[in-house]
Design a protein around this ligand. Structure first.
Ligand code: ACO
Length: 434
């Protein structure tokens, strides 16, 4: 796909007295790249870029993100429009298929989701074998990884039935997430219902009980739809890059997504929403002196970071955090929570941080995770499920990227190089002489 955007222009690189011409590629939104694929073959040099701060690993037509101006587009549509007008299922369809669904297409997709909502009953027994307190993220990644054993059609040409597999995953991951919560409580499982929408079904599976029936709250459903949409995709973040990398070895969709779930688990990535809530609770429990925490975050000798701030790509407001902040106010108001101490604390921290030289100089703004936890908490979702919620939202993005990667005629196994700095070849020492 890169070739489609290759321009007539060339960059030149002079090294060891020799000059090399490298093609310049320009994306549809004007971002420019120097195509170095032939560099090592021609010059013997590789490029070094730890953390991939400056490396494009692929070209993609799924998501555009402009970190300087706070723009996020899925398939060309602004995140604000999608979050304001669509259901999560519509956006999932858009991400995976590249266009917004017609009414008929949406109905067909929703029917598939309904049809695939159950998980094989043998899998239900797996939940019993996890120890109490097992992390819901580890349960989710294990369960998703073993889906390929129950639904082996995956191992044939996956593009023949990608729609079915995508619907299967999106529907089953929701069921697995809700079941893992019920199991963690020792409560009876609540099975999916065919008459409820995707998000309403999830909330019902989480909170309905034989002794207290759950009334689906439309503000919660709307907020959940929004949260999942906002997490739907974010181009080559750590978990998505993982899905693509693992999939590039021609690994099946379920195993690739399972790898992405594990990448998302980290506190520097999707685990940040849980870490934000734990940090706010900590500050609140220790008397609310958030300035002490801000001072710690600024101290170069202290590894503590103000979680929920900063982003590898956004150097301004994360557009998702503005939408979430508003959704947060709506949910709390609809629940009659007028004065949530953690929300107040979060707002105060944001206000102070945005005026603080340390954060201004480093372009550290609130990210998507700063307010999402407060909404999840108000919905009754436990803190250790927050990253699972992120995974639910990110799933269509992962699927879209896996599909794009698989279908790319120029695609190759992802295999970075390195600069070796270890010992040069040395004589072997027998164990008796070491
Ligand atoms: N609190 C305090 N200082 C910070 C923070 C923070 N949250 N984030 C970055 N900095 C500082 C660093 O200490 C560094 O300072 P220095 O230049 O004086 O050494 C500078 O800002 C640049 O930070 P890097 O770590 O180099 O930036 P990077 O792009 O590698 O990291 C990351 C981005 C991981 C998101 C980082 O900002 C962070 O750790 N934030 C907190 C965790 C978080 O909220 N993660 C969720 C991200 S959103 C997502 O994944 C969905």
């Amino acid at each position: 796909m890169i070739d489609r955007f290759t321009t007539d222009r060339k960059a030149t690189l002079t090294v060891d007295g020799r000059t090399f011409e490298l093609p310049i590629v320009e994306g549809s939104e004007g971002e420019k790249a120097i195509d170095i694929r032939m560099l090592r073959g021609k010059s013997g040099y590789i490029t070094l870029d730890t953390g991939f701060m400056n490396t494009g690993s692929c070209s993609s037509d799924i998501t555009f993100l402009d970190g300087e101006n706070g723009v996020l587009l899925y398939r060309g549509y602004a995140i604000e429009d999608l979050a304001g007008n669509c259901s999560f299922i519509e956006v999932a369809y858009l991400l995976i298929n590249g266009h917004l669904p017609t009414r008929d297409q949406l109905r067909d997709f929703s029917e598939l989701l309904g049809l695939f909502a159950l998980i094989h009953e043998d899998m239900v027994h797996f939940f019993d074998r996890f120890p109490p307190g097992a992390s819901p993220m580890s349960i989710l990644s294990s369960m998703v990884s073993c889906l390929c054993n129950f639904y082996p059609e995956m191992n044939e040409n996956p593009m023949d039935n990608i729609d079915m597999m995508a619907a299967r995953l999106i529907s089953k991951v929701r069921t697995i997430a809700a079941f893992s919560y019920k199991k963690s409580l020792g409560a009876p499982l609540v099975y999916p219902r065919h008459d409820l929408s995707y998000c309403a079904n999830f909330l019902n599976m989480m909170f309905d009980s034989p002794v207290r029936s759950y009334e689906v709250n439309s503000t919660m459903v709307r907020a959940l739809n929004q949260l999942l949409i906002l997490h739907g995709d974010h181009e080559q973040n750590c978990s998505t890059a993982t899905v693509r990398m693992v999939g590039s070895a021609r690994v099946n969709l379920y195993a690739s997504i399972s790898a992405g779930i594990n990448a998302l688990w980290g506190p520097l990535h999707g685990g940040a929403n849980q870490a934000v809530m734990e940090m706010l609770e900590d500050i609140h429990a220790s008397g609310g002196d958030y300035k002490k925490y801000i001072a710690r975050a600024k101290n170069p000798d202290d590894p503590f970071r103000l979680v929920g701030f900063g982003h590898r790509v956004y150097k301004t407001f994360d557009p998702r955090s503005r939408i979430i902040k508003k959704a947060c106010d709506d949910v709390l108001a609809s629940l009659g929570i007028n004065n949530d101490p953690l929300l107040e604390l979060a707002k105060e921290i944001e206000e102070v941080v945005l005026k603080d030289e340390y954060f201004i100089e480093r372009n550290l703004y609130p990210n998507v995770d700063f307010y999402s936890g407060i909404i999840y908490r108000a919905m009754g979702i436990p803190v250790d499920m927050f990253t699972v919620m992120f995974a639910l939202g990110r799933l269509p993005g992962w699927i879209a990227h896996w599909k794009e990667m698989w279908d790319d005629p120029n695609g190759r196994i992802s295999r970075p190089r390195q600069v070796y700095v270890g010992p040069s070849q040395r004589d072997f020492v027998d164990i008796g002489q070491r």
